[in-house]
Write a protein of this length. Structure first.
Ligand code: ADP
Ligand code: ZN
Ligand code: MG
Length: 322
């Protein structure tokens, strides 16, 4: 039986700002560990977060570039969980009222494998703004945590499950990265962890209407790794499903040298994050005029410009005279 692959991506993009999301520490990569820290980003009791206006503006700019609807009324929420890279034991993020909803990225040209891409748009579900967590470093038997990254503004761009191949996922990521760089929203330097991607992937028989069981792939640190891990998962999941196996929802990692995914955890031990509105900050409101001002500062979207150039070459009005 022929199978179809369904892919949705969750992309984290660090926003380029001078300071962190909720404090005045520098947002700067590569400094001496724990040098860009303060009581706010170290989660000391009694401190208050102050949202970074530039990060909010750039998140809305990202939404406008991708054709999203911008929520005039937005707020931050707390996502509660424990992990050593996060000293507050909760992350400030956005739950039900993110800055941006909807939108799309059109695919164009040839894919990574050289095959032409289908003429389609990949839907954006939402873009929300949150704070990055610290970085764990492992030295043999001991581990250290560097909080320089804790509190760096981080956008999460969630796509609809609209991709159907590794090539489409690669092309979507490439287009997304281009837009973020072009509009000055992020440098998207993957070696510095400024763009990080989780892949959600399932397979289903072509005749089936419902989606198959979703597997989440974590820690993919290059677009090539995204492409390779998807090809590997398609083979693995298709083999499992066609042999009658029932897949469970799980999170898998990518072993790049081995070229394989491996089980990290199953959904049974899923978290309950107890989201609730962040009580230390006011909701964020924008008038249509304020949103229009942000729009006014933005460059033309690359695919709109491409379309305009392609159409205008055919038009006699743009014929150049020497
Ligand atoms: P969760 O509640 O586990 O976070 P979501 O429904 O929010 O799941 O989806 C997270 C991501 O997974 C989105 O990018 C979405 O497009 C994608 N996704 C959802 N269901 C599937 C599926 N069956 N196969 C592949 N991707 C999926
Ligand atoms: Zn700080
Ligand atoms: Mg979700």
């Amino acid at each position: 039986m022929p199978y179809e692959t369904v892919i949705g991506l969750e992309v984290h993009v660090q926003v380029r700002t001078r300071t962190k999301m909720f404090c005045a520490c520098p947002n700067h990569f590569g400094d001496e560990p724990n040098s860009n820290v303060c009581p706010v980003c170290l989660g000391y009791p009694g401190v208050l977060p102050v949202p970074n206006a530039e990060a909010v503006r750039k998140t809305i700019a990202a939404g406008l570039m991708l054709g999203c609807k911008i929520n005039e009324f937005s707020k931050f929420d707390r996502k509660n969980y424990y992990y050593p890279d996060m000293p507050k034991n909760y992350q400030i993020t956005q739950f039900d009222l993110p800055f941006c909803l909807g939108g799309a990225v059109p695919l164009a040209g040839k894919g990574y494998s050289g095959e032409p891409l289908p003429d389609k748009r990949i839907g954006i579900t939402r873009i929300h703004l949150e704070e990055d967590v610290g970085k764990l470093n492992h030295f043999g038997k001991v581990s250290g945590v560097d909080f320089n990254r804790a509190g760096v503004p981080l956008m999460e761009i969630v796509s609809e499950p609209d991709m159907r191949s590794a090539d489409e996922a690669y092309a979507y990521l490439t287009a997304l990265k281009q837009v973020m760089q072009y509009a000055g929203i992020s440098d998207c330097d993957m070696e510095k962890g400024q763009l990080r991607c989780d892949v959600n992937i399932s397979v289903r028989p072509f005749v089936q209407k419902e989606f198959g069981t979703k597997i989440e792939l974590k820690n993919l640190n290059s677009f090539r790794a995204v492409h390779r891990s998807i090809l590997h998962e398609i083979t693995r999941q298709t083999a499992a499903v066609s042999s009658g196996e029932k897949l469970r929802q799980e999170t898998r990692g990518w072993n790049d040298p081995a070229g394989e995914t491996y089980l990290m955890r199953t959904k049974e031990n899923a978290h309950d994050y107890r989201y609730f509105p962040e009580p230390d900050m006011m909701p964020v409101e924008h008038t249509p005029e304020q949103i229009a001002v942000i729009r006014y500062t933005l460059p033309e979207v690359p695919w709109v410009r491409r379309e305009r150039f392609v159409t205008s070459t055919a038009s006699p009005r743009t014929t150049l005279t020497s």
